[in-house]
Design a protein around this ligand. Structure first.
Ligand code: NDP
Length: 307
């Protein structure tokens, strides 16, 4: 197809100002502008956060997220619309967020910040704090996110196991388990970190059996997608102290409803689906878009093509 008009959909606002990306792409051989829902159908290509049915009128849709579970692949396929995603850019940001969660648990920073909001000078119990070297993390999903997490945690002295569907080794991981050995992989580790895409296979993969298998002093971290976790089972595990705590960036329902018990638990860190946020996000997305516009010109296959 000919790329004449590329729209940056206003939904990207949740992550960065749409105009920043439009400005960053002014050198493209196409008109680039910020658009709302009613202008999608008139564009050849759209860069977006949200799915809108008019996307099916475009020739190419680029998701600024890596997870594209909300996009109807079959309809893209049957309408001949190309779908690309932004995998490849979130490794370091999410890796550092996960390192932050772990350091908060080990150095008790979440407790201390909670005390500060009440002007309370209170030290942790003598046996609350610990350090990370020699502890083991099991990272489930060894793609961009998993590797970024493994690299960052490896630098902090943790041993890192990975879980994926194939048994091929992955840089940054000390050991790889295939996903049929998930329970074996998480048994005995201090941290379980989820970085898998949401698919039929991974939906509610982290259930009561998983939390039962984890050590009772282990922490659970989810930076992937809410529905990979059976949330009521996680809440049960936290309430019954069958695991020590959790850091959660994603939830079955977002925003996390005010009445969720997760908000009020001492050993739970809740973040609002922002593990990958960085001021460079629009540039990283823009570079993928620019690469694909150039490939479109030379007839090469799209980078990060999903459909
Ligand atoms: P990638 O496609 O790079 O990696 C996905 C990895 O998951 C692959 O290594 C794959 O390995 C593995 N995998 C797939 N299915 C299974 C399975 N059933 N069991 C175990 N491993 C599996 O994606 P990203 O790393 O970029 O992103 C992963 C997900 O994280 C996204 O889909 C998105 O939902 C979420 N995300 C969340 C963000 C946030 O802000 N919180 C930011 C970015 C992403 P193999 O093929 O060997 O199985």
């Amino acid at each position: 197809f000919e790329l004449e008009r590329l729209g940056v959909h206003e939904s990207v606002e949740a992550v960065f100002p749409p105009s920043e990306l439009a400005d960053y792409l002014t050198d493209l051989p196409a008109t680039v502008d910020v658009i709302g829902d009613d202008e999608i159908a008139a564009r050849d290509a759209v860069v977006t956060l949200e799915y809108h049915p008019d996307c099916l009128e475009c020739a190419w849709v680029h998701s600024i997220q890596s997870g594209v579970d909300r996009f109807p692949f079959d309809e893209f396929e049957s309408n001949g619309v190309v779908l690309t995603n932004s995998t490849g850019i979130h490794g370091r940001s999410v890796g550092e967020t996960v390192a932050g969660y772990l350091l908060s648990f080990s150095r008790r920073l979440h407790d201390l910040v909670a005390n500060q909001t009440e002007r309370r000078w209170e030290r942790p119990a003598w046996d609350d704090g610990f350090t990370l070297p020699g502890k083991t993390a099991c990272v489930v999903g060894t793609g961009t996110l998993g590797r970024g997490v493994a690299e960052t945690l490896g630098g902090l002295g943790l041993e890192v196991r990975g879980v994926r569907r194939s048994d091929e080794s992955v840089p940054g991981f000390d050991e790889i388990y295939t996903d049929d050995r998930l329970l074996e992989a998480i048994e005995g580790v201090e941290f379980v970190i989820v970085t898998v895409p949401l698919t039929e296979e991974t939906h509610h993969r982290f259930d009561g059996e998983v939390f039962e298998t984890m050590r009772d002093d282990a922490y659970f971290v989810n930076v992937a997608r809410g529905p990979v976790v059976d949330e009521p089972a996680l809440i049960d595990a936290l309430e019954s102290d069958s695991i020590a705590g959790a850091a959660l960036d994603v939830f079955e329902e977002e925003p996390l409803p005010e009445e969720s018990p997760l908000w009020g638990m001492d050993e739970v860190i809740v973040t609002p689906h922002c593990a990958a946020y960085t001021r460079d996000y629009f540039r990283d997305v823009g570079d993928i878009v620019r690469e694909n516009v150039s490939r479109l010109g030379t007839g090469e296959a799209f980078h990060n093509r999903v459909v």
